[in-house]
Design a protein around this ligand. Structure first.
Ligand SMILES: *Cc1c(COP(=O)(O)O)cnc(C)c1O
Length: 349
């Protein structure tokens, strides 16, 4: 499969490392757990969106765009990485942020990704929760066009078939790394949100005749809805690259048991997973995506889903900037660790 015919701009530090997690593996006493460090893609704190933006920005430049517009939740990592990519390429950038999470924590409103969006020079437009965000994107695009700009619109999470090519390419990279390490891949585990990462991996593996199953842990909606989202995008992406062998419905695996009350709403298992991986491996996960996906993986290992000889690769999709938007939640202790008594805000003030 050759992706060279699609315009692409180098934005990532790649290949990202594929590392063994010895202490988490030992602690859980189950399968061998590996981690693909897509938090290390490099651009403005890294993350999975950088891979999608290589193709999206390639397309934007080919179309002669001078302005990039995208959207997301307040603490969107996609928005932050898009602002960085636009800055790097000298394009103007407008981001539309939806305040959809009922979190009044001032850090959530102003710190983390929101701080970085403004540092990176993006023009920020705020919208209340429940706004029709795709319509808002179209509207901002029209306003810019009326002013003589040439805007390039990027949907939520960069998850259209163009952005998803980034993870078709990442699947090639992962298979090659595994081959170099003589590592047999038995399972891939990933957070599944706007679905480009999950769908791209599935299509990229299928296009290389790999049958390694990709388990998505849904972080924003019920499993049947997420299954439909991933399937639709996988089909469109497969058509884009000309891979016409149909994907079986079983090729898309989604579990939503670790989503909790909804997108970006913390769960105790997420907090525990973030703390365990930090304390056992010195690796920072994020509270919205990888923390919940890792909570799923940890629980599945405990429930005996995997054999000790199996190799699991967890895709670390990044998102650490979001940690700073969840200070209150994450400074709580987990039951099996010495409590950390964070001073209350009042005490500090
Ligand atoms: C966006 C994002 C995801 C989800 O990827 P999708 O392609 O949107 O499904 C996972 N982890 C992090 C940190 C993200 O920012």
């Amino acid at each position: 499969m050759n992706l060279d015919r699609f315009p692409r701009i180098d934005l990532c530090h790649a290949p990202t490392p594929l590392e063994f997690m010895p202490r988490l593996t030992q602690h859980l006493g189950g399968p061998q757990i590996w981690i693909k460090r897509d938090d290390c893609t490099g651009m403005a704190l890294g993350g999975n969106k950088a891979r999608k933006l290589e193709f999206l920005m390639g397309d934007a430049l080919q179309q002669g765009a001078d302005h990039v517009v995208t959207l997301g939740a307040l603490q969107s990592n996609h928005v932050r990485q898009t602002a960085a990519a636009a800055a790097r390429l000298g394009l103007a950038c407008t981001v539309i942020l939806e305040h959809r999470h009922p979190n009044p924590d001032p850090d959530y409103l102003h710190n983390g990704n929101v701080l970085l969006d403004s540092l990176l020079g993006a023009d920020i437009v705020y919208r209340p929760g429940g706004t029709d965000m795709p319509a808002a994107l179209t509207q901002v695009g029209e306003q810019l066009r009326a002013k003589g700009r040439r805007p390039y619109l990027i949907p939520s999470g960069g998850s259209n078939p163009v952005g998803t090519l980034g993870y078709v390419k990442a699947a090639q990279e992962l298979l090659q790394q595994a081959q170099e390490k003589s590592l047999r891949l038995d399972h891939i585990v990933v957070a599944s949100g706007s679905a480009g990462t999950h769908a791209g991996l599935v299509v990229g593996l299928a296009a290389q005749a790999s049958t390694v199953p990709v388990q998505g842990f849904a972080v924003s909606q019920a499993a049947h809805l997420q299954h439909a989202r991933v399937s639709t995008l996988a089909l469109a992406t497969a058509q884009t690259i000309g891979h016409l062998t149909p994907l079986a419905p079983e090729a898309i695996r989604v579990n939503a048991d670790y989503l909790g009350a909804g997108y970006s709403i913390p769960t105790p298992a997420m907090v525990d997973a973030v703390q365990q991986v930090a304390r056992l491996e010195g690796i920072l996960l994020d509270p919205v995506y990888t923390g919940k996906a890792m909570a799923g993986l940890i629980d599945w290992v405990r429930r005996g889903h995997y054999r000790a000889t199996e190799n699991i690769v967890f895709i670390h999709t990044g998102g650490q900037a979001g940690l700073f938007g969840f200070c209150d939640t994450l400074s709580q202790s987990s039951p099996d660790h010495t409590p950390y008594m964070a001073p209350s805000r009042q005490e500090v003030l």
